[in-house]
Write a protein that binds this ligand. Structure first.
Ligand SMILES: NC(=O)c1ccc[n+]([C@@H]2O[C@H](COP(=O)([O-])OP(=O)(O)OC[C@H]3O[C@@H](n4cnc5c(N)ncnc54)[C@H](OP(=O)(O)O)[C@@H]3O)[C@@H](O)[C@H]2O)c1
Length: 282
C-alpha cells in the first residue's frame, strides 16, 4: 500500500475508534423540570428554542413584546408549565426575571432577543446605534447581573446568543456587529472572573451564522450570497451548549474553523468575505 493509502487507513481507524467511544455529553433528561427564562421567544430561533425546551420538560418563562403572539404559543404548549410575560425595550425583562427569582428560582437564563436590525450601509444614525446597544447589549448585562446570585445558588447557566458578526466584522452590520462584539467582550471577561472566583455559573456564548428566520431572510434578501441554516437546528445547538456548559458553540459547526482561518489570514480573507455581499456603487 502507498504511504497516502496507509495514512488514510490509519485516519479512518482512529476516527472509527473515537466514534465508538464517544459519548454524547448532552442529556436531554437533565432539562426536565429545569427553570428557564428565555427572551425573544415570540419568533425565529427563540420560538424554536421554546418548542425544544417544552419537549424536554423544562419549565419556561417566555418573554417578548407582542403578547398576542405569546398567547398563540400558549395554545401549542398546552401540556407544559409555562408563563408568558410582555417585555419591552426598557425595564420590561426585569418583570419576568423578578417574577422567576421570587417564585422558586432559575436554572437557565437564555438571552436571545434583538432590536430591529438594519442590514444596510452605515448612514450615520448614531441614535439608532445607541438604542440598539441598549436592546442588544445593556439589557443582557442588566438581566445577567440580576440573575447571577440565583444562578450561582442553583449551579445554573447563562446562555448568550451572538453571531459570527460578533467575531468577524461583516458589511451592512455596523451597529449590530458592534453590539455582538460587546457581548463577547463582556461575557467572555465575566466567564474568566467567575472561574477565578470559583463561582459555578457557566456562560455559553453562541456564535451563529445566517439562520433562516423570517427577519434574517427579509433583511438579507438579494444582499448576500450565503445559504441560511435551519432555525430548529440552531435552537437545539444553543440548548445543547447551555446544558453541557461549554464556553462557546458555533452553528453551523464549521464556523469555528472560519474564525480560526480569519484570525490567521484576515488580510487576505477580507476580500473573499466581501465577495459574499452584493453591492453596486450608486
Ligand atoms: N437569524 C439569523 O440569521 C441570526 C444569525 C446570527 C445570530 N442570530 C441571533 O439569534 C438571535 C435570534 O435571532 P432571530 O433571527 O430569531 O430574531 P427574530 O426572529 O427577529 O426574533 C427576535 C425576537 O426578539 C424580540 N424583540 C424584537 N425587538 C425587541 C425589543 N426591542 N425588545 C425586546 N425584544 C424584542 C422579538 O419579539 P417581539 O417583536 O414580540 O418583541 C422576537 O421574539 C439574536 O440574538 C440574533 O442576533 C440570528
Amino acid at each position: 500500500m502507498k504511504p497516502v493509502g496507509k495514512l488514510l487507513c490509519a485516519t479512518g481507524i482512529v476516527a472509527g475508534v473515537l466514534a465508538f467511544f464517544w459519548k454524547d455529553p448532552f442529556k436531554p433528561e437533565s432539562l426536565s423540570g429545569a427553570r428557564v427564562l428565555l427572551t425573544g421567544a415570540s419568533a425565529g430561533i427563540g420560538e424554536q428554542m421554546a418548542y425544544h425546551y417544552a419537549r424536554f420538560g423544562a419549565e419556561i418563562v417566555l418573554t417578548a413584546r407582542r403578547e398576542a403572539v405569546l398567547q398563540d404559543l400558549q395554545g401549542k404548549f398546552f401540556t407544559m408549565k409555562w408563563h408568558k410575560r410582555r417585555v419591552g425595550d426598557g425595564d420590561g425583562p426585569f418583570v419576568s426575571l423578578l417574577f422567576l427569582l421570587s417564585t422558586g428560582g432559575l436554572d437557565y437564563l437564555v438571552l436571545n432577543h434583538i432590536g430591529v436590525t438594519r442590514f444596510q450601509m452605515w448612514a450615520g444614525d448614531v441614535e439608532y446605534t445607541r438604542w440598539l446597544m441598549q436592546v442588544n447589549f445593556f439589557s443582557y448585562v442588566a438581566l445577567a447581573t440580576a440573575a447571577l446570585p440565583t444562578l450561582e445558588k442553583n449551579t445554573g447557566s447563562l446562555v448568550v446568543v451572538s453571531s459570527l458578526t460578533g467575531k468577524i466584522p461583516t458589511p451592512f452590520t455596523t451597529s449590530y456587529s458592534a453590539t455582538k462584539f460587546a457581548l463577547d467582550g463582556f461575557f467572555s471577561s465575566l466567564r474568566h472572573e467567575l472561574i477565578m472566583q470559583k463561582r459555578n455559573v457557566s456562560i455559553t456564548l453562541c456564535i451563529l451564522g445566517l439562520i433562516d428566520t423570517d427577519s434574517a431572510l427579509e433583511n438579507t434578501r438579494g444582499k448576500v450570497h450565503l445559504t441560511a441554516s435551519p432555525a430548529p437546528e440552531a435552537a437545539l445547538a444553543i440548548i445543547r451548549g447551555g446544558a453541557t456548559r461549554v464556553p462557546e458553540i458555533f452553528y453551523p459547526w464549521w464556523l469555528q474553523h472560519v474564525c480560526y482561518l480569519w484570525a490567521l489570514f484576515h488580510n487576505d480573507g477580507d476580500e473573499v468575505l466581501r465577495s459574499y455581499y452584493n453591492y453596486s456603487s450608486p
